[in-house]
Design a protein around this ligand. Structure first.
Ligand SMILES: [Zn+2]
Length: 346
């Protein structure tokens, strides 16, 4: 008898939880990743700006913090606080100098890229046609993955920050995104060894913004599209808009996004934006300039991205720190950003 009561209670509990679950699913925000990328100084003075509170109050759920020793105790403590508060913590970093250390150039110049004049150079992304270079990248990716494990299985080991591709005989007909993918296809295999659920970002940014032309991504490589050369005072949907002196108009950016989405799945694709990037508006020079956040542009951009089926959005907010708060007082744009993402309805 008692057992039946227990079973009855258990069944009611399961039923209630599943109703609750369904209700919660129904209310789930359209955008799944609602992220922000900050710098160490931004998070190191919570008395002035407490990012954990700020994120939770405004529906942000994912953070990356750069600009400090990732292996230090202080960094681990800071990470743990975010994790304990239920926030996802990821590492987004140009990782090629760790994956293919430059010091190998002296003994193995063939691991590195060939410039247009046929000279090997220890810069940028190496030669993706060199098998031994891949073996080194593979081992280092495992080490880097173990040392910097994200909480959500999403790895952002970006290749070099811009730069030139390899022009050796085997590489020269591949575009920059193809060359990046060759290395990324190795990195994802390495990460799967340490984390079977691993996913890896393919950063479409600068020269890798155009879609890959020949190389196909391995499973679980997702698009991370960063329209770095766009304007933020005009929505991306205004196709003819173009930043002065820039190769691509907004329309061309959207065409490149679409071309990438023909190769990478839209459901896992992520946007890396700059609406809140104080470091960018300050020309990466401190003291910081005031951010002129345009809420209408931001909300219009969300519609644009959602129309492509994109459900993951992250944005640089670097240099929103105690100096910024004390000087300019108002950081309500963080609330606008978080709530705009959280409350978005398609
Ligand atoms: Zn090459």
């Amino acid at each position: 008898m008692r057992i039946h009561i227990y079973i009855g209670l258990l069944l009611s509990f399961l039923l209630l939880s599943s109703c609750g679950e369904n209700k919660r699913n129904g209310d789930k925000p359209f955008f799944q990743t609602r992220g922000i990328l900050l710098a160490w100084n931004d998070v190191s003075n919570p008395d002035v700006i407490d990012w954990i509170v700020k994120m939770k109050e405004n529906g942000l759920n994912t953070i990356s913090v750069s600009g400090y020793d990732y292996q230090s105790e202080a960094y681990a403590e800071m990470k743990q606080k975010f994790v304990d508060n239920g926030l996802d913590f990821v590492y987004e970093e140009h990782a090629m100098p760790w994956l293919l250390p430059r010091k190998l150039f002296e003994s193995h110049p063939e691991y590195f890229r060939m410039d247009k004049e046929g000279v090997r150079r220890p810069d940028f992304n190496g030669c993706p046609s060199n098998r031994e270079a891949h073996a080194i990248v593979y081992e280092n990716a495992k080490k880097l993955g173990k040392a910097n494990a994200p909480t959500n299985h999403k790895y952002y080991f970006w290749l070099y920050d811009g730069g030139e591709k390899c022009y050796c005989n085997e590489c020269r007909d591949l575009n920059d995104a193809d060359q990046g993918l060759l290395f990324e296809n190795t990195i994802i295999k390495a990460l799967k060894e340490i984390d079977p659920q691993a996913q890896l970002a393919h950063l479409a940014y600068d020269k890798t913004t155009p879609a890959p032309s020949r190389i196909k991504p391995e499973k679980d490589i997702f698009l991370e599209f960063a329209p770095f050369y766009r304007r933020w005072d005009i929505p991306l949907s205004v196709r003819e808009a173009r930043r002065e002196g820039v190769e691509w108009s907004h329309g061309e950016y959207l065409d490149m996004l679409e071309a990438n989405l023909n190769i990478f799945p839209a459901e896992t694709a992520q946007i890396l934006e700059y609406w809140l990037d104080v470091s960018l508006v300050s020309g990466w020079q401190k003291p910081q300039k005031k951010l002129d956040f345009n809420k209408e542009v931001f909300l219009d951009d969300l519609k644009t991205y959602a129309n492509y089926g994109i459900r993951n959005i992250s944005c640089y907010g670097a240099w929103i720190d105690d100096y910024y708060v004390n000087t300019y007082k108002d950081i309500s744009f963080v609330n606008d950003y978080g709530q705009g993402l959280y409350n978005f309805k398609k």
